[in-house]
Design a protein around this ligand. Structure first.
Ligand SMILES: [Fe+2]
Length: 199
């Protein structure tokens, strides 16, 4: 948990539900004065109230704590706008095709911002029959390596986990792949268009 819920968040969420302080108070069995105090920064709801509070505001506890209503309203969201959340502690990789609040090892993870590939993280793409053979000329040492490669099309995500001492390479079905991603544990996430990366 990065921070505890703030009064401003409670107020915003309550108002977005068109609820009065009294109505919210009633739902979670506290006094309206208590709600008023939270909202004006004179106190915090007890941790035991987080669940009922989240329920009353119709969001999840994690959304409540992050201060955001992250429900994905754009249900037709484009899968090619996939987001990667990478845990700096355990190396876990979580992919989402919409907005999400993602926590791992007690840290709320921001989505990794992909950069266009640079000279040190250039993805070379060869077409072998119906597959892209992707290689990155990059160290594969424990403290500096490519830890995954991914290929994203409008139909799905292909993902290859890589390990130090292995090769920085993967094969992906070409099938309408629009974006390739490579993640370097030291330099972050890179992306490129496979159709512009032939050599
Ligand atoms: Fe790197």
């Amino acid at each position: 948990m990065d921070s505890y819920i703030t009064g401003a968040v409670i107020r915003r969420l309550r108002e977005s539900k068109k609820m009065t302080q009294e109505e919210l108070a009633e739902r979670i069995y506290v006094s309206s004065k208590a709600v008023s105090k939270w909202e004006t920064g004179q106190g915090f709801p007890d941790i035991s109230l987080l669940e009922p509070l989240a329920k009353a505001l119709d969001i999840s506890v994690i959304e409540l704590l992050s201060g955001e209503d992250v429900r994905n309203r754009n249900r037709a969201s484009n899968i090619t706008k996939v987001k990667y959340y990478i845990c700096p502690v355990c190396g876990n990789v979580i992919q989402a095709i919409g907005e999400a609040v993602v926590s791992c090892c007690g840290i709320t993870l921001p989505p990794a911002e992909p950069e266009e590939t640079d000279a040190d993280h250039c993805m070379r793409v060869e077409t072998v029959e119906d597959e892209y053979y992707v290689t990155v000329e990059h160290p594969m040492e424990r403290d500096h390596h490519i830890s995954f490669l991914a290929a994203v099309s409008d139909q799905g995500i292909q993902f290859a986990k890589l390990y130090p001492e292995g090769n920085a390479e993967a094969r992906f079905k070409i099938n309408r792949v629009k974006r390739l991603y490579a993640y370097c544990n030291k330099h972050g996430l890179f992306q490129c268009d496979p159709r512009r990366s032939y050599y």
